[in-house]
Design a protein around this ligand. Structure first.
Ligand code: GRG
Length: 301
């Protein structure tokens, strides 16, 4: 059976080939820098693992599920990488370290980093549109991803974060209460993780009940991912994480450890992962999805 490492290797090879070769070399360089060289590739692995799990349960050809999901897996990673490139810009989080290397704007300049993000985001939708899955599934996948990545999802979550940080001229800085914090995470991080998983199911031709169970799995996975991100921000180091740690706490952001303490935060993450696995069991679906849930809980970077 395929392992999580096999999926990562498949993703890396596909990503290498995914960028538009006819783009001018300088923008291609900056896009490649933002995309390649590090990253856990959690979202694309989730897309592939979901498509494979559906194919295994429904006894449909694994190769078809994989080739139909691979462009979507790449699209997810292009969008995630664009969000990191833009998030690190001086106008946003202003960070110099990402995936263990200087951030894209530090190497290529602010203007080119903006364009690299724009190029990655736009090309992601071209990959999805051109994929080998049946057209109705591709259109549905594009609609779901546009909503998850856009103002309703990730961009909206980032806007809430930016306002809380006092970086929006037209809105006063607003401290986050627990409810708004949860809404911000659900949009900023959760929406793309949910899209990553559901796209795999959509492109593999899953029925509505399965897509809904996968969505519940990914919602709890996203919650655990965020809690562990906050825990690592307290317990880990710049070297281990490859990014600057402790910024949220220093900025006075209400993180999970700040709200609940470290031990209770870890328990909340474990509870979410248990719920995520129950959602899988309810749809009699497995493959590598339980492994990805365990990895999300035990990850160290
Ligand atoms: C600029 C529109 C826009 C959005 C930015 C994702 C994001 C929104 C900001 C990144 C800041 C952050 C730390 C978010 C919370 C969790 C998160 C998404 C961490 C990074 O994802 P990983 O750990 O990163 O999957 P790798 O490098 O492994 O791909």
């Amino acid at each position: 059976m395929t392992s999580l490492d096999d999926l990562r290797r498949m993703v890396e090879t596909a990503l290498e080939r995914s960028l538009p070769a006819s783009a001018p070399e300088p923008i291609l360089d900056a896009m490649r820098y933002g995309l390649m060289g590090g990253g856990k590739r959690l979202r694309p692995c989730l897309t592939l693992a979901t498509a494979e799990a559906v194919a295994m349960r429904d006894k449909t050809p694994l190769g078809d599920a994989r080739s139909r999901a691979l462009p979507a897996a790449c699209a997810l990673e292009l969008i995630h990488s664009y969000s990191l490139v833009h998030d690190d810009l001086p106008a946003m989080d202003d960070d110099v370290l990402r995936r263990g290397r200087p951030t894209t704007h530090v190497v290529h300049g602010d203007g080119m980093a903006v364009l690299a993000g724009d190029g990655l985001l736009t090309h992601a939708f071209a990959l999805l549109a051109e994929g080998p899955a049946p057209a109705d599934r591709r259109i549905r996948a594009i609609t779901v991803l546009a909503s998850a990545a856009g103002a309703v999802g990730m961009v909206g979550g980032q806007a809430i974060d930016l306002i809380a940080a006092g970086k929006v001229k037209s809105y006063p800085a607003t401290p986050l209460d627990a409810e708004t914090l949860q809404d911000m995470h659900a949009r900023k991080t959760g929406a793309l993780l949910r899209a990553a998983a559901t796209l795999g199911a959509i492109l593999a031709g899953a029925d509505a009940a399965t897509i809904s169970a996968i969505d519940r799995y990914a919602t709890d996975l996203g919650l655990a991912f965020q809690i562990i991100d906050d825990v690592l921000d307290v317990e880990s180091s710049n070297e281990a994480l490859g990014k600057t740690v402790g910024k949220d706490a220093a900025a006075g952001k209400p993180t999970y450890p700040a709200l609940y303490g470290l031990e209770q935060s870890k328990q909340l993450a474990a509870d979410s992962i248990a719920r995520a696995k129950r959602a899988l069991a309810s749809a009699r679906i497995a493959g590598l999805l339980p492994d990805i849930a365990d990895y999300t809980l035990s990850r160290t970077n």
